[in-house]
Design a protein around this ligand. Structure first.
Ligand SMILES: [Zn+2]
Length: 265
């Protein structure tokens, strides 16, 4: 079975692609979406982070794809977004709404650019362990704004825990718009506590279908990716408990991520 992890973080100093690929092999991973390191203040540092991630992905472009982690409110970020998607082969963009709401008029030129570039975006949604008191900006309902930019496709990470029902409501809203394609997806990366995880995934599958959900681990590289291996087993067991077919499991483990974030370049 192909397994794609749509949610992997990077820290400084990544050079050893071979070790990362070995760890992926141990976990049975086909491909990973690797986010560049977050930079909240400097355009220049953001670009350096993108180039680090590109260097890593270039070592195995069929197995490692970049997500450019960008802060849209920094001046000049539009040009860097264009460079990331058009020249640096990033598969998509990662965004945390950092003390701004997606509905603010100042963001409209940014969404217009994302629409023009037909960007796939992975949003952090849900409670946020960082960014000071930033969780409220990450409620999924604010992403309804994106229905005005139909070429954007986006995923809501962590099933938006604790706003899992709100996440599904946004899914239903975007499905109803049509636009003509259904723009939204759900990244099942943990965040949901054990007591609710099975029900949250069952609810999401029942309301949206497996075609809208994708596997992610929130792993950090460089590391031995042990957490990723454990999560493949844990989520796989949960999918079995839910009585999913092999084809449905393959869709959750890889098909949806391949559809939203296909390799570029
Ligand atoms: Zn994460």
């Amino acid at each position: 079975m192909r397994i794609v992890d749509c949610h992997v973080h990077t820290v400084d100093g990544i050079t050893d692609a071979a070790a990362i690929l070995n760890a992926m092999d141990r976990n049975g991973l086909t491909r990973m979406l690797v986010m560049s390191k977050l930079e909240r203040n400097s355009l220049q540092q953001t670009r350096r982070n993108l180039l680090d991630t590109k260097k890593l992905c270039d070592a195995a472009p069929d197995r490692l794809s970049g997500l450019a982690w960008l802060e849209p409110t920094l001046p000049g970020m539009g040009g860097l977004a264009r460079e990331a998607l058009c020249d640096l082969d990033f598969a998509g963009i990662k965004i945390i709404p950092d003390h701004w709401y997606a509905t603010e008029p100042r963001l409209e030129p940014w969404w217009e650019l994302m629409h023009e570039l037909k960007a796939g975006i992975l949003f952090h949604t849900g409670i946020l362990y960082g960014h000071e008191d930033g969780s409220r900006f990450c409620q999924p309902v604010y992403l309804e704004k994106l229905l005005h930019y139909p070429n954007i496709r986006f995923a809501m990470a962590h099933i938006s825990w604790p706003w899992c029902d709100e996440c599904l409501a946004v899914m239903g809203r975007m499905r109803a718009v049509g636009n003509p394609q259904w723009q939204s997806y759900i990244d099942m990366t943990p965040g949901t506590p054990a007591y609710i995880r099975k029900q949250a995934i069952a609810n999401a599958i029942s309301f949206c279908g497996v075609e809208r959900l994708m596997f992610g681990s929130d792993s950090v590289i460089p590391s031995d990716l042990k957490h990723q291996g454990e999560l493949v087993k844990r989520d796989g067991a949960l999918f079995d408990e839910l009585g999913l077919s092999a084809a449905q499991k393959e869709r959750l483990f890889s098909g949806t991520a391949e559809e939203l974030f296909p390799p570029r370049g």
